[in-house]
Unconditional design. Structure first.
Length: 511
């Protein structure tokens, strides 16, 4: 239950009236928290925690056999077509680099831009510029610095030279997530998703998802997070994970060309956190994203992405089923003879495993899915992981939830590379359930449910409370926060959207 003492702080009558309104309407919402152990971002990834990749438990061999049973020939033919296509597309990305990443100004998102539309759907990543005015974004960063200075007990990674902070409820983060411009930009990006089921319980309305922040300093080489995908690891192959929603069925049936990375109805029942990992995602994040608080360019501690959305997803999922007949010596070294490497990559050198092993390359229970040149050679990650273009304070970068991404190994710039991680999450029934749990952590000042637990900011000076959120958010922001009723009766909603909002109001306790 929501505790009234957590909702009320003596600021002004209007704010206390709002808190009383909130207490009255959400008193009966279920609020089960996750109870994850305390930690940092290092716990979310094997590479940051020093864990080596190895075969998973033996049951995964059986999972793999069952996934393609009866379709072995089709999957093999599909794999060969995929490798042929990758030869062409990886060269294109290597040649074009950052130029393949589409961008659009916030002032233009209401206009139909077919070039942007086509490129965003194909590449899975985009930059929306000037979402928040530059001066406002710079002021938010300074406010953030003051919050960190006032709370030196804040956990961060690495401990000796913090770059990624375990902060979720700072004034800066709450203001940015609920900013009307950011919510509008997210609504725009969510509109690229569609559903083959007209009654699917999903909307284009964004909710607020509390994530961390990064303030990476020049010279840092410890936050060297390599190519990875959020939203689970082994779950992508498990029947109780993504298999529950049949998300990748076409790929496992040998028809990767039919896989649509923008189809939402096959994501709604996904279980992406089967292992309660510290950083595994249980909410449906259609797009990962961050808001820049700095001017940052390539090699300055910024983001790299792999813009081969459909192809890379198909390759990642099929890779565990195939093995090379022969490999060149010292495969991990850059001095491998190019001709020998080409022969190694040729589809004639690759066959389906027999017997099937329990290897699921780069997957670790409870951690994010990671990729590498050694485990995923055909992606040519050293050439196809490209930097996002230079960004300025107030720019928003977003990428499809299946997009491979990484950060610069070394921050070679001269100033900080600071971002607020703010993914674009739609209102769905499952995300409404997540909002209930997240709302409780907000009231307690503890980390958001998907992240390592502990006392968090419960004792931090200046953290945001309900009345503070109400003071800086409009009605849409408070709805996205789970602190106000969704308008399920407004005109223009589809039956599925209307029903989603109605169910969300029940789940959130607005009855």
């Amino acid at each position: 239950m929501l505790c009234g003492q957590r909702l009320v702080r003596s600021l002004c009558p209007a704010r206390n009236q709002y808190s009383s309104h909130v207490k009255k309407h959400i008193r009966h919402a279920a609020t089960t928290t996750t109870g994850k152990k305390e930690g940092t971002i290092a716990d979310a990834f094997a590479s940051l925690s020093g864990q080596a990749f190895a075969p998973l438990e033996p049951r995964f061999a059986d999972i793999k056999r069952k996934l393609i049973r009866g379709n072995e020939e089709a999957v093999t033919a599909s794999w060969r077509r995929l490798l042929t296509k990758l030869q062409v597309e990886t060269k294109l990305i290597s040649d074009l680099g950052s130029r393949v990443i589409p961008g659009i100004d916030f002032s233009e998102i209401d206009q139909r831009n077919e070039v942007f539309n086509q490129e965003y759907r194909k590449r899975g990543v985009a930059v929306v510029r000037n979402v928040i005015p530059r001066d406002e974004a710079v002021a938010l960063k300074e406010e953030l610095r003051q919050y960190i200075k006032a709370n030196p007990q804040t956990k961060a990674f690495p401990e000796d030279n913090p770059q990624v902070y375990e902060l979720y409820w700072s004034p800066t983060q709450v203001k940015a997530r609920s900013h009307p411009n950011l919510l509008e930009a997210q609504r725009f990006l969510l509109s690229y998703w569609h559903s083959k089921d007209p009654n699917a319980l999903v909307t284009k309305e964004p909710i607020l998802y509390a994530d961390r922040l990064r303030m990476r300093l020049p010279g840092d080489a410890k936050f060297a997070l390599g190519p990875h995908i959020d939203g689970g690891g082994p779950e992508r192959w498990e029947p109780a994970g993504y298999g529950k929603a049949h998300t990748y069925d076409s790929i496992f049936q040998g028809q990767w060309e039919e896989y649509d990375p923008w189809e939402s109805s096959t994501r709604l029942e996904v279980e992406s956190d089967l292992y309660q990992g510290g950083g595994a995602c249980s909410a449906f994040r259609m797009a990962q994203g961050w808001l820049s608080l700095s001017r940052t360019g390539p090699f300055e501690g910024t983001l790299l992405v792999n813009p081969l959305l459909q192809l890379a997803t198909a390759y990642l999922l099929l890779r565990p089923f195939f093995t090379p007949k022969s490999s060149p010596a010292h495969l991990a070294e850059t001095s491998v003879d190019s001709l020998a490497y080409d022969r190694f990559l040729n589809h004639d050198n690759w066959v389906m495993e027999s017997p099937m092993s329990s290897w699921v390359h780069g997957a670790s229970p409870g951690r994010g899915q990671e990729l590498s040149s050694e485990l995923h050679p055909h992606l040519l990650l050293d050439k196809t992981m490209i930097h996002v273009p230079t960004v300025s304070p107030g720019d928003y970068v977003a990428w499809n939830c299946d997009t491979i991404h990484a950060v610069d190994k070394v921050h070679a710039g001269k100033s900080d590379s600071s971002v607020l991680y703010i993914p674009a999450c739609p209102l769905t029934v499952r995300n409404a359930e997540y909002l209930v749990r997240q709302r409780e952590t907000f009231l307690q000042g503890t980390p958001s449910p998907d992240f390592p637990g502990g006392v968090g900011e419960s004792q931090h000076k200046g953290r945001m409370l309900v009345e503070d959120a109400a003071a800086v958010s409009n009605q849409n922001g408070m709805r996205a926060f789970g602190l106000e009723r969704w308008d399920s009766e407004r005109e223009g909603l589809t039956p599925g959207e209307r029903e989603t909002m109605r169910k969300a109001n029940e789940i959130l306790g607005f009855v």
